[in-house]
Ligand binder design. Structure first.
Ligand code: NDP
Ligand code: 2IT
Length: 449
């Protein structure tokens, strides 16, 4: 073993001893450590400085009690988290997730990936993530408001426009950001840049709602352009039907693709005539309903209750997983290949298990990791921060154009870095190394802090 390999091996053993109880965190770290050796061989100073161990330990983890009152009058409590992972490139930046599965392992994996994602955007933002095990499903508007207010009572002590700037993620959209912002303002002062993903009514950025889904499709568009192809007439399947999924479908359709399926946690729908997005938006954005309601308007479509969309027997070429982590297992990856998939581009964070990634790569499927392909959301969050600092809103077209440009740059950077350090089109290695390069340099220049 080379010195670099020994270093990575020993670090991995140490982390496994300490964090075996945090499987999602270990998965994200394993994926990263598995790709960076060629870069470290050329940059031995980072091994000498033990930079990777510094990088995998968050600068700070905040965990707090969130008490709130249900409409029934009952007293409830959840746990809140904020991982302030790495501030080498700027204030901590990353979303808040409200979902019953949230725990320290989940926020750490998300925060770790966010460091490299934010670095890839080339914007001045560090990495962070947070959330709560609160389940927004079935809660009244008043309960959501009280929960957000209580969550912010504690979180406000640790955030600020130059310190840590949260945004949305699963279960946190414009409504929640609005309530969180109101409470922050009440306790502090009007700091527009303390949160992003704000409603357009006050200091939000045009195109932020669309940014992650649009950015994902722009990434695929630039990838296809490289092989003289377009999205025209491509068959696409998207998982999820939340913020990222909806705007991925919208942009894919606008570029001529035929999207035939989407899902939520209750099952998936297939519409061979092409998903009618207006119906999905009405169900999800307006009524906050379930995906099977699609069939009441489009009875020719099919609903597969309780099933995972990646088990479908429909044929398609492009998969856009936009729901949650580890939604694609090894068996599901095999099935995707059997259905003809050529590109898997992740709108979600870490939706593909490591074994599934290996299977996809072995079968020449182009795999676009979330930390590169879904970076459009945080990119426009960065642009929202710029607009807030300038006190000037930009037009939709201006923001959208910048988003497209950022996604093109990220794609090309990942592609070129893969060519330099790994095998062609190993975009996972490309994203990890290119993301790491900027952070590692900044950390080194800032010294041992
Ligand atoms: P939303 O809450 O808007 O939507 C989430 C969607 O995924 C819903 O359809 C939800 O179904 C489904 N889902 C969530 N958890 C599960 C689960 N355990 N099993 C099956 N389906 C599930 O979230 P977003 O669209 O914002 O986020 C989706 C993904 O994209 C996440 O991985 C997030 O981290 C990532 N992401 C989001 C960004 C953003 O800007 N919002 C930016 C970059 C990445 P149901 O309603 O039934 O729970
Ligand atoms: O995973 C992500 O990049 C997000 N949820 C968006 C983060 C942000 O700060 O906009």
């Amino acid at each position: 073993m080379t010195e670099v390999q020994t270093y990575l091996y020993e670090l991995k053993i140490k982390l496994e001893q300490n964090y075996a109880h945090q499987p999602e965190f270990m998965q994200a770290v394993d994926e990263f450590l598995g790709t960076v050796a060629p870069f470290l061989e050329k940059n031995p100073q980072y091994v000498a400085n033990n930079l990777l161990e510094l990088l995998v330990i968050p600068e700070r983890i905040i965990e707090f009690r969130v008490p709130w009152q249900a409409d029934t009058g009952d007293w409830k409590v959840n746990t809140g988290f904020r991982v302030q992972y790495n501030s080498a490139l700027g204030p901590y930046k990353g979303g808040l997730r409200f979902h019953p599965t949230v725990n320290q392992s989940i926020v750490k994996f998300l925060g770790f990936e966010q460091i490299f994602k934010n670095s890839l955007t080339q914007l001045p933002i560090g990495g962070g993530k947070g959330g709560s095990d609160f389940d927004p499903k079935g809660k009244s508007n008043a309960e959501i408001m009280r929960f957000c207010q209580s969550f912010m009572q504690e979180l406000q002590k640790y955030i600020g426009p130059n310190q840590d700037v949260p945004a949305g993620d699963i279960g946190v959209g414009g409504r929640e950001i609005g309530y969180l912002f109101g409470e922050y303002k009440r306790l502090n002062s009007y700091q527009a840049g303390v949160l992003t993903g704000k409603p357009l009514a006050f200091w939000g950025s045009l195109a932020r709602t669309e940014a992650t889904g649009y950015g994902l499709v722009y990434f695929v568009k630039h990838l296809l352009a490289d092989i003289n192809e377009t999205l025209q007439n491509k068959k696409v399947i998207v998982s999820g039907s939340g913020n990222v999924a909806i705007y991925a479908i919208e942009k894919a359709q606008a570029l001529g693709a035929k999207v035939i399926g989407c899902s939520d946690s209750s099952g998936y729908i297939i519409d061979n005539e092409g998903i009618d997005l207006a119906t999905v938006k009405e169900i999800k954005e307006v009524k906050r309903g379930r995906i099977n309601e699609y069939l009441t308007i489009h009875p020719h479509a099919q609903f597969f209750e309780g099933q995972n969309i990646w088990e479908t027997h429909e044929k398609y070429e492009i998969a856009l997983p936009c729901a949650t982590q580890n939604e694609i297992s090894a068996e599901q990856a095999q099935n995707m290949i059997a259905q003809g998939v050529k590109i898997v581009a992740e709108g979600a964070n870490m939706p593909t298990t490591l074994t599934a990634v290996t299977i996809l790569k072995e079968n020449q499927v182009i795999y676009c990791p979330g930390k590169a392909a879904n970076a459009g959301g945080v990119s426009v969050s960065g642009l929202e921060m710029s607009q807030n600092s300038q006190r000037l809103p930009w037009t939709f077209e201006e923001v959208d154009e910048k988003l497209d440009e950022i996604m093109e740059n990220i794609y090309k950077k990942c592609r070129d870095t893969a060519n330099e350090y790994s095998t062609p089109m190993d975009l996972m290695a490309g994203a990890n190394i290119a993301g790491f390069e900027r952070v590692a340099l900044a950390m080194t220049l800032q010294g041992l802090v």
